[in-house]
Write a protein that binds this ligand. Structure first.
Ligand code: CDV
Length: 309
């Protein structure tokens, strides 16, 4: 019998600085209710889903930024989301800024099963941007100021009869992200993102080329590891800064199975057959038969490129 997982990719339109968690959670619940009418088993929301994309704002006093972080999950404001998901019998994944009891800051996403239990946690590893205010940029991207790199690696989890993994935004551009999960047999990678439609360091790079790089990365990751990939945007004009859309579900052959038009709150649901990952995993990307790890040492020995003298 085919292993079908009906996935809802739930894009959020912009969240403004003044919007509180409760209003965002209400929007997320509305998308979840819509996904439920289409029989979704799993709903996926964007990176840092509960707030505006705050790393665009420079807080001179680092501690001021703690207002954007969650100290508990679920907390009082997010509990209604967990309750509604459990009521629908729907698994979910979403991103948020995590402040641990030890005072560590991470850009995190979680995987929640149909019973409302958090079964997986991922902390973003590839943090783009910079640490200090940069006068050369058209706008700031201070992820390196507010977060530390994730410390959990790229684990995968068994859920809904399949093998699931997570990554977050910039991670999707790195082949290592998918390959580490591919080596654990991942069948579906879920990820959220906030991608400015303009490059802050190259004004002439516009949204169509950014969308191209997004599709290229996600489709390649799916194909080369024979896995479904669900990529979900926060989009639209947020705090006067534009974020691109491009929410999509990509099949294990790298084809876009469903793509959401527009930049508002919206949901696309697709029935994903996890057994469709088998052919690629057993043929061209049968890692056990074809990989040649004796030649891949540099991947883990060297971080930056070093051309020959
Ligand atoms: N939130 C992100 O990680 N955004 C980056 C931008 C800054 C390039 C991304 O890779 O989409």
């Amino acid at each position: 019998m085919a292993r079908i997982v009906k996935v809802a990719a739930a894009q959020l339109g912009p969240i403004q600085l003044a919007d509180d968690r409760a209003s965002v959670v209400a929007r997320m619940i509305a998308l979840m209710d819509e996904a439920a009418t289409q029989g979704a088993d799993l709903i996926v929301y964007p990176e840092l889903a509960l707030t505006t994309f705050f790393p665009r704002w420079h807080h001179k006093d680092r501690a001021e930024a703690d207002q954007w972080f969650e100290r508990e999950m679920p907390g009082p404001e997010t509990q209604p989301l967990f309750d509604r998901a459990r009521g629908h019998g729907m698994a979910m994944s979403f991103g948020y800024a995590e402040l641990t009891p030890e005072g560590r800051h991470y850009n995190t996403s979680i995987l929640v099963d149909k019973e409302g239990a958090i079964v997986g946690k991922y902390r973003k590893i590839h943090l783009p941007g910079h640490e200090e205010f940069d006068t050369e940029r058209a706008f700031q991207h201070l992820e390196k100021r507010y977060f530390e790199p994730g410390d959990l690696g790229f684990p995968v989890w068994r859920m809904l009869g399949g093998v699931f993994g997570m990554c977050i935004c910039n991670d999707r551009r790195w082949p290592e992200t998918y390959r580490v999960m591919g080596l654990q047999g991942v069948e579906m990678v879920v990820l959220g993102y906030n991608t400015p439609s303009v490059n802050s360091q190259m004004g002439e790079e516009r949204m169509d080329s950014r969308l191209f790089h997004h599709r290229l990365s996600v489709q390649a990751g799916a194909y080369q590891n024979a896995t479904w990939v669900v990529a979900v945007a926060k989009a639209g004009e947020e705090d006067g800064h534009h974020l691109m859309g491009g929410t999509m579900i990509v099949d294990p052959n790298g084809f876009i199975a469903a793509e959401l038009p527009g930049e508002d709150d919206g949901v696309i649901v697709h029935a994903c057959d996890l057994d469709a990952t088998r052919f690629g995993k057993e043929t061209i990307f049968d890692f056990a038969r074809h990989r040649r790890i004796e030649h891949y040492g540099l991947i883990t020995q060297r971080t930056g490129a070093e051309p020959p003298p």
